[in-house]
Design a protein around this ligand. Structure first.
Ligand code: HEC
Ligand code: HEC
Ligand code: HEC
Ligand code: HEC
Ligand code: HEC
Length: 297
């Protein structure tokens, strides 16, 4: 009986301890960066790593780089709102971030303390790019944190696994298993962040409404490709470039995006408006080749 009691005591002591361990939160930006450290991935996935480093996902707090100004503007707005709880940048908490910008620009902020949330807000206000560059949307954000979209059915992502298209073991020291994600190759994977606006929050946020346009315009008009097919398989792999990254002036990117046919009839003279000098009649036909409206953001 005493033995059973001991087991019961151990059970009730260890379960909360385990839960505590599982929910250990990062207390500094460096700790959060370490929690999502992807330096080990580079040795075996060198090509993908190099592609990802070029992508805007790898600088998701600095962004296009209009993002920094956008977020600074948001923080200033919160300071001016009577009910936001933010008087100075240091008052920004995880809650402020998860309900707005970082739901998509840095979802792993959920795994950090309010201290980290305020450090990042202060880094924005100081234009401290070095700090903002430490955390981003990296391999583990897509292949672990955001890899299970149906968590009530499939459970939370397992801590020691990378999610992809197959089950099995994996060579990485920390992420020893490979798990199959039900949605890794589906558009909803990208839609988790490329959707919006968020109108169900204490403050509405308008950013990246492109997934709505994919669902409501591209698919109904017969489109049948996924985001991954157009953005990863056809061209850039993990770089996921857009023509915005190339300042809208890369001819290859523009060609991918749009078909432009121009038909010009010179010397067109209006009979009704005979007094006007001869003009030209120009017919321009633009076809959008993207799976959604462009530009976005
Ligand atoms: C020791 C080498 C090694 C390291 C380190 C490594 N991987 Fe892998 N990884 C592999 C191999 C080999 C495969 C299987 C590739 C295949 O089947 O084509 C793989 C598969 C994967 C897959 C699954 C792809 C799929 O579609 O199923 C993902 C995702 C992945 N790795 C991510 C990572 C991440 C993230 C890291 C860093 C945390 C990492 N890997 C570190 C060797 C490694
Ligand atoms: C964790 C959230 C998240 C996921 C998942 C995600 N993205 Fe992104 N993506 C972003 C954010 C945030 C940016 C913009 C960063 C910035 O400019 O500040 C971005 C930028 C981009 C850009 C460049 C846009 C530009 O204006 O230059 C492309 C293209 C893109 N993502 C495609 C994809 C595709 C395809 C997928 C799915 C395979 C995907 N993304 C998954 C959050 C995400
Ligand atoms: C629902 C997810 C989501 C939320 C929430 C979100 N963003 Fe974004 N943001 C994105 C994505 C995805 C992109 C890339 C969009 C694209 O290029 O199509 C982006 C791009 C941007 C850009 C670059 C636009 C440009 O034209 O260069 C800025 C600035 C930006 N976000 C600021 C913010 C700020 C500030 C907040 C919070 C108030 C915020 N975002 C909230 C997903 C989001
Ligand atoms: C924005 C989300 C995102 C990020 C960031 C990301 N991946 Fe992926 N990755 C995907 C998606 C989605 C696929 C599946 C593409 C498909 O097959 O449709 C994929 C496929 C893969 C594959 C298997 C297919 C292949 O090309 O070999 C490996 C391995 C992989 N990723 C590793 C990595 C590593 C390593 C990193 C970091 C350097 C990384 N990924 C960053 C979304 C991402
Ligand atoms: C039929 C192919 C196709 C599909 C499907 C598609 N895209 Fe695109 N996307 C494009 C092309 C083409 C462009 C414009 C040229 C470029 O930037 O490569 C583009 C541009 C973008 C941009 C940049 C927009 C800007 O203003 O610069 C983002 C972000 C993006 N796509 C994300 C996605 C996401 C997320 C999905 C899935 C919901 C998706 N795309 C589905 C072809 C596609």
């Amino acid at each position: 009986m005493r033995f059973l009691k001991l087991i019961a005591v151990l059970f009730f002591v260890t379960i909360p301890l385990m839960a505590f361990a599982a929910e250990k939160k990062a207390k500094t930006v460096d700790e959060l960066a370490k929690m999502y450290d992807v330096s080990s991935c580079k040795q075996c996935h060198a090509k993908i790593f190099a592609e990802w480093e070029k992508s805007i996902h790898s600088k998701s707090l600095i962004g296009t780089p209009r993002t920094m100004g956008g977020v600074q503007g948001a923080i200033k707005n919160w300071m001016s709102f009577k009910h936001s709880g933010v008087k100075e940048a240091k008052d920004v908490t995880v809650y402020h971030w998860t309900t707005t910008c970082f739901k998509c620009h840095l979802p792993q902020i959920e795994d950090a303390t309010d201290e980290v949330a305020s450090q990042i807000a202060e880094a924005y206000m100081k234009n401290d790019k070095a700090t903002l560059a430490k955390v981003n949307i990296n391999c583990l954000v897509c292949h672990n944190k955001m890899a299970v979209t149906h968590q009530w059915r499939d459970g939370k992502p397992e801590k020691d696994a990378v999610y992809g298209t197959k089950e099995g073991t994996h060579g990485d020291k920390k992420y020893k298993n490979r798990k199959k994600s039900a949605t890794m190759t589906a558009s909803v994977m990208c839609g988790q962040c490329h959707q919006g606006p968020l109108i169900d929050r204490p403050v509405t946020t308008q950013c990246s409404t492109l997934y709505g346009s994919y669902l409501n315009a591209y698919l109904p008009s017969g489109g049948d490709k996924t985001c991954q097919e157009c953005h990863m398989k056809e061209v850039d792999g993990h770089s996921m470039f857009s023509f915005r990254d190339r300042n809208y002036n890369d001819p290859e990117m523009v060609k991918r995006a749009l078909n432009v046919e121009v038909d010009v009839k010179k010397g067109y003279k209006s009979i009704e408006l005979a007094k006007l000098p001869p003009s030209a009649k120009v017919v321009v036909k633009i076809t959008n080749n993207a799976g959604h409206r462009i530009p976005d953001g």
